[in-house]
Design a protein around this ligand. Structure first.
Ligand code: NAG
Ligand code: CU
Length: 236
């Protein structure tokens, strides 16, 4: 009995420590607590949509890709177009793969904002800045080293309610991509007038094909010296 309890606890710690999720945000010196654990009995009030698991999503077309399964949050944070937002991870353990930061215009209230439709756009990303693929010149290696990622809300972005989605794509297992996305609710202010269109926009899930070379990759056998992030170009 005791040993099976210890084993169960050990497995839980091992599986949690292998992965990660955004757990808070910083905007203009103010920290906004995020969600920190699995499906608690009482839901904390946060700007982050509450995710059900630290574990990776294994398919780019999984419905959970939208916001790691999170569908709502009680709070919002104001941010001016042109201002920075820093996402913070309590833990992160992988160093090969890109960081991609996305936004989605809600065009209305957050509680009716489901992230559906072809309206997601990228505002920031970092793939591999220098080879080899198995090295640590990757966006996720920056998160590994600093446990945070800072992006600028495009200065020309029109005001309104937006979701922001931070995605870590871990590529350390050959041909087995692991996606880690979380969303928060932002009220963008300012005098911007632009919103992206055309090729900058994509649905999530399925912002790229499952066999996109940026997704289905064996970093140990590939001889590629460059890496292209999956999905559309960054709109900035
Ligand atoms: C905003 O973020 C960008 C991108 O990380 C960074 O280069 C810049 O220094 C940041 N600016 C401020 C004021 O923190
Ligand atoms: Cu992991």
């Amino acid at each position: 009995m005791l040993s099976s309890l210890i084993t169960a606890a050990g497995l839980l710690v091992a599986s949690v420590s292998g992965h990660g999720a955004v757990t808070s945000y910083k905007i203009g010196g103010v920290t906004y607590p995020g969600y920190n654990g699995y499906a608690p009995a009482s839901t904390p009030n946060t700007i982050e949509r509450q995710w059900p698991s630290y574990d990776p999503i294994l398919s780019v077309s999984d419905p959970a890709m939208t916001c790691n399964g999170g569908t709502s949050a009680t709070l919002t944070a104001n941010i001016a177009a042109g201002e920075n937002i820093t996402a913070i991870w309590a833990q992160w353990t992988h160093q090969q793969g890109p960081v991609m930061v996305w936004m989605y215009p809600c065009n209305g209230a957050f509680d009716a904002c489901d992230g559906k439709g072809s309206n997601w756009f990228k505002i920031d990303q970092m793939g591999m800045t220098a080879p080899p693929l198995t090295g640590t010149n990757w966006g996720t290696a920056v998160v590994y080293a600093t446990l945070q990622w800072t992006s600028t809300i495009p200065a020309r972005l029109a005001p309104g309610n937006y979701l922001i989605r931070h995605e870590l794509l871990a590529l350390h297992q050959a041909d087995t991509p692991q996606f880690y996305p979380e969303c928060a609710q932002l009220v963008v202010t300012g005098s911007g007038t632009a919103t992206p269109s055309g090729d900058y926009l994509t649905p999530i899930p399925a912002y790229a094909a499952a066999d996109d070379p940026g997704i289905l990759i064996d970093i140990y056998s590939s001889t590629a010296t460059t890496y292209t992030c999956p999905g559309p170009a960054v709109w900035s």
